[in-house]
Design a binder for this molecule. Sequence first.
Ligand code: G3P
Ligand code: CA
Length: 265
Amino acid sequence: GSTPPASRGGRRAATYAHRGSSGMAPENTAAAFELAIAEGADYVETDVQLSADGELVIIHDVTLARTTDAQRVFADRPPWNVHDFTLAELRKLDAGGWYAAEFTGQRILTLDELLDLLGDRVGLNLELKSPAVNPGLARAVVARLRRRRDWLTPGARPRPLIVGSFDEQALQDVHTQLPDVPVSLITYDVPAGGRLTDLAGWIFSVNPDIRRLRPEDAARVVEAGLALVPWTVDSPELWRWALDLGVDGMITNYPSALNDLLDGR
Ligand code: G3P
Ligand code: CA
């Protein structure tokens, strides 16, 4: 093979499987997470929200319409908002058939089920999704994680837990209550100078949109001492470009192909 492309300081960039290996399996399902682990992802990235009865469930959209069969099973309950359904109702749904028939039978997972599935095989980048429509989400995640000491003990895991969000207040809530857990600001654009400096005092990483990332903004993140991990980076051209910018990792729907590139295969 060819020489593997290096990233900052010659360290290998980390691969974050976006919603699991979601280019090859239905996003945010056990099938996608197992595939990501099999493909050697360093982390899985996923999205957590609240059900109507306050359970933490793994799903990206604020509605069930795109990634489940809710429109058929609960035909009388549009617009199928996740937070209008109890966990018992969510468990009735199929979360794989929309992607391909062979994945029929995949279910929406709870956060606890996800942690059990991952074990110590891979890191977790957990996104608090849409706290504005999931009031109490940060508090619920903190409460749940406090009962999972295995995920909270610093240094106990080769690849740790990172909590991310577009919502800075939700990140602050997590950081205040769980100061040992690294937090990551997901964003379209890298914050301006003064705000980035303030953030660097307490956050671990920045996840900017690769489509909008300018080299000078990437350099500012690196200079601020923050990890730079853009989303969602899905082509060899973009992987090489991001590595040239000094990324510490990349969030991708195709962790297997990215690992091949990083390993010079
Ligand atoms: O980690 C960043 C990325 O997941 C944010 O976008 O919409 O896929 O959650 P989205
Ligand atoms: Ca996400």
